[in-house]
Design a binder for this molecule. Structure first.
Ligand code: SIN
Length: 428
């Protein structure tokens, strides 16, 4: 099988890459589960955007301050410069961002000095993913396959020539001029996470085995406000940071405020952990939304209001028990400003990649923006080069496939990640 471009992953980064490639490019998109089993679908809060030229410096400062100044400043500038254009594209494509009197309604989250986050109620990711899926699935140059995993790359002399795919019936080879890893994060390997359980760092695992450069894997992010459900293992209910942006506070077991709820995530999570360590038999604190009316909460946060209700919490009346859980991986497959990895003709986009935008702690709602901006960078780069590249039918020479085992990835992560992180939350 020959395709011009093979895209692995159908979250927002993969879909937006496909959409920005030329219509005469033949694309194969695959996902190892179903199209909706991705972290993009779960994103609640929204997408950050610059508010205009006047906001670019503030937005830059917020991003690098949250990232503890470990960010790649060129990548951050590119992210911010291209933010409005990409949000406008989503609007043109039909994403129904919330508006007040015909103007975009911006919300705020931790670490932002401005209200600059566009959203679709509290299910922004679902809305964007559905919009893109609907358009991409109708494009005649794009073939989409569910339940199909990339189990290895076909590569020789540090150049990628396609991938080995596996579905429930067979293992087969696809030759491609360019391959794009949009395989998402690593939340599936933790016991307590906001991520989809299938996301087990496949792109990273394969990259490690082929000596493709990986960056910043020591930087993992906890989300401070995840519903405390001790009996649930794996994926837990995220309580969006925008709840705090709209007035929510965090209190301890004595109902006292102990932290400004709108500081960057790493600070809020650490402070919650300190507080929790004082009450080991009740290892949680509370999100308090009770200052907000039921009408407001049901209108602005319909998904979360109902999810809490299903579990017995009335958001307008009850304190909601919360504890931090794994949320995001700042590191990933190292890419340049065009999303190119260290292997020729191989790109990475979205959470699987590391553009350096996030430093050591991602600013809230910068992940979907990064996915959009750097997916477009990848597409434009491929659009300009595709006619120069020809297929090569390389023989796959290994006796086993890179995805046969995760041992190497897990031991790599254990070497990289501060032990404190793993031990404190019993996350592994
Ligand atoms: C949230 O809604 O709190 C998650 C948004 C993000 O991860 O940036």
């Amino acid at each position: 099988m020959n395709y011009d471009v093979l895209i692995v992953g159908t979250g927002i980064a993969g879909l937006y890459t496909a959409l920005n490639l030329r219509d005469d490019i033949r694309i194969l998109m695959i996902t190892k589960n179903s199209f909706r089993d991705c972290n993009s679908y779960l994103a609640q809060g929204g997408i950050s955007t610059s508010l205009g030229l006047f906001d670019e410096e503030n937005y830059f400062n917020d991003t690098v301050k949250a990232g503890n100044y470990h960010n790649d400043t060129k990548a951050v500038k590119l992210l911010i410069k291209n933010s409005i254009e990409n949000i406008n594209t989503l609007i043109k494509l039909g994403v129904p961002f919330d508006k007040t009197k015909e103007k975009l309604n911006y919300t705020r989250e931790g670490g932002h000095s401005e209200f600059r986050i566009v959203h679709v109620k509290d299910e922004t990711g679902k809305s964007v993913t559905e919009t893109l899926l609907n358009i991409v699935s109708k494009k005649r140059n794009i073939t989409m396959l569910e339940n199909t995993a990339l189990i290895d790359l076909i590569c020789k002399d540090n150049t990628c020539y396609g991938g080995i795919l596996r579905d429930s019936h067979r293992t087969y080879k696809v030759n491609s001029k360019f391959t794009i890893l949009a395989t998402g994060g690593i939340g599936g390997i933790f016991n307590s996470t906001t991520n989809v359980e299938y996301l087990t760092g496949d792109g990273l695992n394969i990259s490690l085995k082929h000596n493709i450069e990986i960056k910043d894997m020591e930087y993992l992010q906890l989300h401070p406000t995840v519903l405390y459900e001790p009996d649930v293992k794996g994926k837990k209910l995220l309580l969006s940071e925008s709840l705090r942006g709209e007035g929510g506070i965090i209190v301890n077991q004595n109902k006292e405020v102990f932290i400004n709820p709108l500081l960057p995530r790493d600070i809020v999570s650490t402070s919650i952990l300190n507080e929790i360590s004082k009450t080991p038999t009740n290892p949680y604190v509370y999100l308090d939304m009770t200052k907000k009316s039921k009408e407001f909460l049901m209108y602005r946060f319909p998904f979360l209001y109902n999810e809490c209700l299903k579990r017995g919490y009335k958001m307008d009346k009850d304190l909601i028990p919360i504890a931090p859980a794994h949320h995001y991986c700042m590191g990933g497959i190292k890419v340049d400003l065009f999303s190119r990895t260290s292997m020729n003709n191989l790109y990475a986009v979205g959470e699987a990649s590391c553009t350096g935008v996030h430093g050591s702690n991602r600013l809230a709602s910068n992940s979907l923006l990064e996915a959009l901006v750097f997916a477009k960078q990848a597409s434009e780069n491929i659009n300009s080069k595709i006619n120069e590249i020809h297929y090569k039918d390389i023989i796959f020479e290994s006796e086993s496939y890179a995805l046969d085992s995760y041992d190497e990835l897990i031991s790599y992560l254990k070497r990289k990640v501060d032990n404190k992180y793993a031990k404190l939350f019993n996350c592994w």
